[in-house]
Write a protein that binds this ligand. Structure first.
Ligand SMILES: C[S@@+](CC[C@H](N)C(=O)[O-])C[C@H]1O[C@@H](n2cnc3c(N)ncnc32)[C@H](O)[C@@H]1O
Length: 254
């Protein structure tokens, strides 16, 4: 060990423009279970009848989302975030068709999550290589992270985040253990025939694209052009800023 403790958490700071009235939705995640036996991880004592069939409300400590451990699941970027982490933040703070901006977008995790959840997105990235990877991946993404009319986050073919106020309409798509206390050993699962969207597998080998040949449109950043939200098609901009840093930007609308 060095001079400090091994970091075991990732802090997320939450700021709003207004002190009151900012969008923030309550979320739920599935009940945590023992991986071998499948029993509920927590002992709710005699209170199992009162459990929510999907899972508990999400608190400000998230222990069910881990950093990306396998190289096969990551792009050549040192600090790429898990997509389902961004899904959770986007579900918590935005609605369908809202615009999600990531000014340090790396390989596009935020934009991909926004697009698959039916949101619009804008990304800025200093490194053209990362911006190219983002746009290549974004081409393959469709806004299909939903069950019925509710947007949800999937990970490894399971739902990992829902909005609390969507449960009323979502529950028709689930087999809910009856009586509820049998949730202790029986999972609430999606009914047969409910379509689960395929997660895009994006391998690093594929990222070895010929960056110099990527078609880019040179336009100045921070002008009406790039922030013109009425423009319906995707714009890939390879722009020059006043301080001579070349900044890559992209945005997407459905
Ligand atoms: C922490 S990484 C973001 C990773 C991203 N969340 C992901 O999952 O891929 C920060 C990114 O910001 C970019 N960056 C740094 N300074 C920047 C600037 N002034 N403008 C735009 N991008 C910048 C870096 O190139 C780096 O890719």
């Amino acid at each position: 060990m060095g001079k400090s403790l091994q970091p075991g958490h990732y802090g997320i700071l939450f700021y709003t423009k207004e002190a009151k009235g900012a969008k923030i939705y309550e979320l739920r995640h599935p009940h945590k279970r023992d991986r071998k036996q499948g029993y509920l991880w927590k002992d709710y004592g005699g209170k199992k009848d009162g459990l929510h069939p999907f899972g508990p409300l999400i608190s400000d400590v998230w222990t069910d989302i881990h950093r990306i451990k396998h190289n096969s699941k990551r792009d050549p970027h040192p600090c790429q975030l898990p997509l389902h982490l961004m899904d959770r933040l986007i579900l918590m703070t935005t609605d369908k068709n809202d615009i999600v901006l990531d000014p340090f977008s790396g390989t596009g995790t935020t934009a991909i999550s926004a697009k698959r959840l039916g949101r619009n997105y804008i990304g800025f990235e200093l490194d053209k290589k990362y911006s190219d990877i983002s746009q290549e991946k974004l081409e393959q993404v469709v806004p299909n992270f939903k069950i019925g009319e509710s947007w949800v986050s999937f990970y490894l073919r399971d739902i990992v985040t829902i909005r609390n106020n969507d449960w009323e309409t979502l529950q028709q798509y689930f087999n809910i253990p009856n009586p509820v206390r049998s949730i202790d050993y029986q999972k609430t699962s999606l009914k047969k025939g409910v379509a689960i969207p395929k997660e895009i597998e994006y391998h690093t080998e594929k990222n070895n694209i010929e960056f110099e040949q990527t078609m880019v449109k040179k336009i100045p950043l921070f002008t009406e052009k790039i922030l013109d939200f009425s423009e319906k098609n995707k714009v890939a901009a390879y722009a020059a800023t006043t301080n001579h840093i070349r900044l890559n930007a992209y945005k997407g609308y459905e």
